[in-house]
Design a protein around this ligand. Structure first.
Ligand code: BGC
Length: 714
């Protein structure tokens, strides 16, 4: 039998120029299920090809699928195996809906705490980002669904996302922004999506060095590169730079019509200004200009053949060309629901817990306060929105779990997450005309009523949230509306106050000293209330750890306008590799984090023994659960490089971690392998370099809570 490669090149040879061109750009999906659609060539039995949005679940118009927690919550589990299982589950849901590729994972590094899409990304650290991206890719591809890691590369803000240029040096690109994509490629991703933004002046769709030279030639990527939607800058530029597939391949108006979308949806406009000529960015390029460009020789004919071969090659790889694709699909399967809940619970981070405020006793009388407690926090706004078949609010989850009473007060106006698809949502400030009308029991927002309710209960649980979305960055890290005032007022009156924060990334918690416990549950997805109850009542040990630093807004390295959102359409990345904890750990950093990278408390107490190097790329440590309850610990290892004259390096870099279940009283030796990434640095002239010398390895509970130390020599 001919190898799949031979089949593909024979097929390419049999296609006419028109047919080839029709395979490298999208069209309207006659079925209306796909986010991106390629019609196929019936004459040669080339089937239709469908791509559906992720990365928090599969988005199919008018259909429900499992709404997983935000990717940042998944990363907070520090357990990539769970992410792999999420990839498998999303692939099965994609298959059940006839979708061959998933537009995810999203894996841009969290550089700017205000970025509106941080909830779709993993971490401020490249090792965590790479591990989780690779795990989701592996899971998707293992089920013969193509992964589409996005957005390649340096798409770290939403403001002016179509035009802004990330002015970024090679070292920061190599050490921070590229490793996640390289890991996704190594994990076997069939596709990569280019970003909207420019990098050092060139649009990513047209970026020959990064798309062809780095991604394809250097990393050996043999899948196809797809544009972001309307993110193809030019036909000739993009095709010759290495872009293989243009999406959506139809005009914005045609897309709106195909999906019955609100033409005023702020999909591309938000944060943009008159510097974006509307018609130009939304006109398909390959659909209209590629054929003549090939005829004139402006795009070499063999480049078009390569584009087609890359797309057909991936279709062949998943069995689509043999008619052998699609077994094992399942939507909203019980095991997907369970996984969504496990992920949400494991990703929940206990930031503070004074005096054993948590876990709650089974019969505590609870005042449940907050504008969102009656609706699950599914996610942020934008292309990642998923409609689940079932969802559990905090109110429902706690009512189902407790033996005590639960009184409810919204306290303040609803916080509405803007939606690309739901005309009813208005804006993040909660200016929806109907806001407040739909609280259970006809309740109305009233801080005094919330205070009275809190005063009468054993414990007040206040649930607060932000509202973030694709297409816009957060103006402030403060919570929207009067939620901070609500927390302060309740904390003043209540015996005990537990605050649950549902946010897409770091937020400021100005009241944290007045409350007893703070729980960060991100956007937990459909299992919100069940997962929350399992943590609050101690059925699960909180084992989430922060994949991002929490700090006052002005202390992040991107606090200057030049760096974010940029001036004259350029964002200067001149903080270099000093992003996230690498910035806060630097000797000249003025501010301490509120909660450092890697932080997260447990209900159990863990003791660490001595750390011991195992060769030069692993470390072992004995960890004991010294408490009388079972627990789950995330053991972390950070590498501190030796000083090298003339080289500025981060104080420490995460090298390895492991999430381990430890029953009460038990001891386990945990071995962590240390990523090469933490040892090497990128030198502009020498390339990757590992300096000879002693590297301290810190083992502990967070980047700032070191429990044991050893040394490895290189
Ligand atoms: C987003 C992508 C998404 C695409 C298709 C774009 O606006 O940036 O992440 O996959 O739309 O919905």
């Amino acid at each position: 039998m001919a190898s799949p490669d031979t089949d593909v090149s024979d097929l390419v040879d049999s296609l006419s120029l028109d047919e080839k061109c029709s395979l490298v750009h999208g069209a309207a999906d006659p079925e209306g299920t796909a986010t991106g659609y390629v019609p196929g060539v019936p004459r040669l039995d080339i089937p239709e090809f469908r791509l559906a949005d992720g990365p928090l679940g599969i988005r199919i118009p008018d259909r429900s699928s499992t709404a997983f927690p935000a990717s940042i919550a998944v990363a907070a589990t520090f357990d990539p195996e769970l992410a792999r299982r999420q990839g498998v589950a999303m692939a099965r849901e994609a298959k059940a809906s006839g979708q061959h590729a998933v537009l995810g994972p999203g894996l841009n590094l969290i550089r700017v705490p205000n970025c509106g899409r941080n909830f779709e990304y993993y971490a401020e650290d490249p090792v965590v980002t790479a591990d989780f991206a690779a795990a989701v890719v592996e899971g998707l591809q293992s089920e013969d669904v193509l992964a589409t890691p996005k957005h390649y590369v340096a798409n770290n803000q939403e403001t002016k996302r179509l035009v802004v240029s990330a002015e970024v040096g090679e070292r920061a690109l190599r050490e921070l922004y590229l490793p996640g994509f390289e890991a996704a490629v190594e994990a076997g991703s069939g596709s990569v999506m280019t970003a909207y933004n420019r990098v050092n002046g060139t649009h990513m769709s047209d970026h020959r060095r990064l798309v062809t030279e780095v991604l394809k030639d250097e990393w050996g990527f043999d899948g196809y590169v797809v544009s972001d939607w309307f993110g193809t800058e030019s036909a000739v530029g993009a095709a010759t730079a290495g872009l293989d597939l243009e999406m959506p391949g139809i005009s914005l108006e045609a897309l709106h019509e195909a999906f019955g979308l609100d033409p005023d949806a702020e999909m591309l406009e938000e944060g943009d200004d008159e510097s974006i000529p509307a018609g130009e960015t939304t006109t398909p390029k390959f659909a209209t200009e590629l054929k003549s460009a090939v005829e004139s020789g402006a795009v070499p004919a063999d480049r078009l053949d390569d584009m087609v071969a890359r797309i057909l090659g991936q279709m062949a790889r998943i069995g689509l060309l043999d008619g052998d694709w699609g077994d094992g699909g399942a939507l909203d399967a019980p095991e997907h629901r369970d996984l969504a809940e496990t992920l949400a619970a494991r990703g929940t981070v206990l930031l503070k817990n004074d005096g054993g405020a948590l876990p709650l006793s089974d019969d505590a009388d609870v005042a449940l306060v907050g504008p969102g407690v009656a609706e699950a926090m599914l996610g942020g706004g934008g292309s990642s929105e998923v409609t689940p078949a079932r969802e559990v609010s905090a109110l429902a989850g706690i009512r189902a779990r407790t033996d005590g009473s639960v009184a409810f007060e919204p306290g303040v106006e609803r916080v509405v997450t803007p939606s690309f698809f739901d005309d009813e949502s208005e804006d993040a400030a909660g200016d929806d005309e109907d806001a407040g009308d739909d609280f259970p029991g006809g309740k109305t927002p009233d801080i005094d009523a919330a205070v009275d309710c809190a005063r009468e209960a054993d414990v007040a649980v206040v649930v607060v949230r932000d509202a973030t979305t694709e297409g816009a960055d957060r103006e402030t890290l403060r919570l929207p509306g009067e939620q901070d005032e609500l927390v302060e007022a309740v904390a003043d009156a209540a015996d005990r106050t537990v605050v649950v924060v549902q946010s897409g990334g770091p937020v400021e918690l100005p009241w944290r000293d007045s409350v007893d416990a703070v729980v960060e549950s991100w956007y937990p997805g459909q299992a919100d209330g069940d997962a929350l109850a399992s943590i609050l009542y101690g059925d699960a040990d909180p084992s989430g750890r922060l994949p991002v630093t929490f700090a006052p807004e002005e202390s992040y390295p991107t606090a200057s306008e030049e760096r974010f959102p940029g001036v004259d359409d350029e964002a200067q990345y001149d903080e270099g590799v000093f992003v996230g904890y690498r910035h806060f750990d630097a000797a000249d950093a003025d501010d301490e984090p509120t909660y450092p990278f890697g932080h997260g408390l447990s209900y159990a107490t863990f003791e660490y023994g001595e750390a011991e190097a195992r060769g030069d790329d692993a470390v072992a440590v004995e960890v004991t659960n010294a408490s009388d309850r079972d627990g789950r610990e995330v053991v972390q290892a950070y590498v501190r490089p030796p000083a090298v004259a003339g080289v500025e390096r981060p104080t420490r870099e995460l090298a390895g971690y492991a999430a381990v279940e430890l029953p009460a009283g038990e001891t386990e030796t945990v071995e962590l392998s240390l990523s090469e990434h933490a040892f090497r640095r990128y030198d502009d002239s020498e390339g990757w370099t590992v300096d000879a010398g002693d590297y301290a390895v810190e083992v502990g509970r967070s980047s700032r809570d070191v429990r044991a130390e050893t040394t490895v020599s290189r």
